[in-house]
Ligand binder design. Sequence first.
Ligand SMILES: CC(=O)N[C@H](C=O)[C@@H](O)[C@H](O)[C@H](O)COP(=O)(O)O
Length: 250
Amino acid sequence: MQVLFSYTEGNSSLGGIFMTNNFLKAVAGGLIVSCQALENEPLHGSHIMAKMALAAKQAGAVGIRANSVSDICAIKQAVSLPLIGIIKKDYPDSKVYITPTLAEMRQVAHTNVEVVACQVTNQPRPHNEDLQASLRAFRQEFPDTLLMADTGDLADVKLASKLGFDIIGTTMHGYTPTTQNANIANNDFAYLKEVLATTELPVIAEGKIDTPAKAKRVLELGAHAVVVGGAITRPQEIAQRFVDRIKSSH
Ligand SMILES: CC(=O)N[C@H](C=O)[C@@H](O)[C@H](O)[C@H](O)COP(=O)(O)O
């Protein structure tokens, strides 16, 4: 696959600021492994996530996606790969949980990750925070940090592009009220094709990409890079697929 390096790094609306963030070049056409285990998961722990990241690097992954300041810091000690950082946090008044407010955006950015990813879905944010205002403040404070929008549907993609995000992620497709149970792989990735036709921003395919063939396909279709999580780093999901297959009648 031919990858073009024509993207403007960083927020073009800040025109004139020299961006040193090399993330998009570093991950182009490659595999980013999401190393995440929440408190209720058997592999929870920063030490374990750092080992996962090391394993991913040894396999040839070109980037890591990680949740929480402690996991990010442990992973940074273990591997030198570029990082997409998030903080998953539940607020009582909102269903938005991936780096949902400016406070978490700042905490992630202070770890010096290359990219901060935030959920951009058409749902009220915690204490009705205004995403546009948060972005404006963030850009002032962290002009070198790229912002990835974890979107669910095409309206989210358009909104994220308009707000000035640098990267579109398909992360929330299948997890929002308008996309429940959708799977990015349906109809030979029809949704991803629509996303690619909707935005000029680099698109990182993420969410339910659970085989090497699917990862290869999204890159062939034009995704800038692919994030794979559970199929590599959540053994309970991997084992479940074996058990389900063994138990199935076919
Ligand atoms: C929806 C949501 O909360 N996604 C999270 C985003 O960071 C992670 O739990 C996923 O593992 C990640 O997106 C990678 O996806 P998959 O594990 O399907 O390859």
